[in-house]
Ligand binder design. Structure first.
Ligand SMILES: [Zn+2]
Length: 231
């Protein structure tokens, strides 16, 4: 059985965009104590070939081709690969940037912010005001084609966002770590404790829109074999 962190590569009008980076090469070769700890309590595979650095090459791109990265949030398992793409602009919610950089630990999840992941000082594009709407959600339109929106789903981390992307097969709603919508074994209180308050909202949305594909960050890879985002 394998899980991982969902990383997406979107072919946009401005070249390939990476959505979350997963662990980076350094996490495999010099893991931090927090990564080690996490490996023990989760079933994280630990194969450097899984790193986005290698995965983008399997899809026919060079790491330097990645000029834009969108992050749902900055926990180490979502942004550890940033140093592998030092030339990319990084698009994220401003609240998440502040949570990472303000030096305060307001919640236990903030131990998952690893300073070395931004030591190369990436070029940030930060977003704050959710002035748009995507269905019932407050949303932030991102400056790319295909149409895509940051959906603020704060709570799992201070500035966590989901991402809705218009694909040729319809909308794909990546709920990041804000829910575990296909997990019917874990009690709701535990999901709320680990992932924040939005899981019920995501489940309700999924029910109301069976025509859309909804997923979260930590899924079994077979899911995407059964439900390809684009064919
Ligand atoms: Zn997380």
């Amino acid at each position: 059985m394998k899980t991982g962190t969902l990383c997406l590569l979107i072919e946009s009008d401005q070249g390939p965009i990476l959505v979350d980076t997963g662990l980076g090469l350094r996490d495999y070769f010099q893991p931090t104590w927090f990564t080690q700890f996490f490996r023990v309590i989760t079933i994280m595979p630990f194969d450097p070939n899984e790193a986005a650095f290698h995965q983008v090459q399997k899809l026919g791109y060079q790491p330097e081709d990645i000029k834009n990265i969108i992050l749902t949030h900055m926990h180490f398992d979502h942004c550890g690969g940033l140093p592998d793409f030092p030339h990319a602009k990084v698009h994220m919610h401003r609240r998440e940037y502040d949570a990472f950089t303000d030096g305060k630990i307001l919640h236990w999840d903030e131990y998952a912010y690893i300073p070395r992941n931004i030591a190369h000082k990436p070029d940030w594009i930060l977003y704050k005001d959710a002035k748009d709407k995507w269905y019932d959600f407050d949303a932030i339109r991102l400056p790319f084609e295909p149409e895509m929106y940051f959906i603020p789903l704060h709570g799992h981390s201070r500035g966590h966002c989901g991402l809705a992307i218009k694909t040729i097969n319809g909308w794909f709603f990546h709920g990041g770590d804000a829910g575990a919508v296909y997990n019917n074994e874990t009690p709701a209180w535990m999901i709320r404790w680990a992932l924040g308050p939005h899981d019920p909202t995501l489940r309700a949305f999924m029910k109301a829109h069976p025509e859309f594909l909804v997923a979260n960050s930590h899924m079994f890879p077979e899911f995407f074999e059964q439900h390809p985002i684009v064919e």
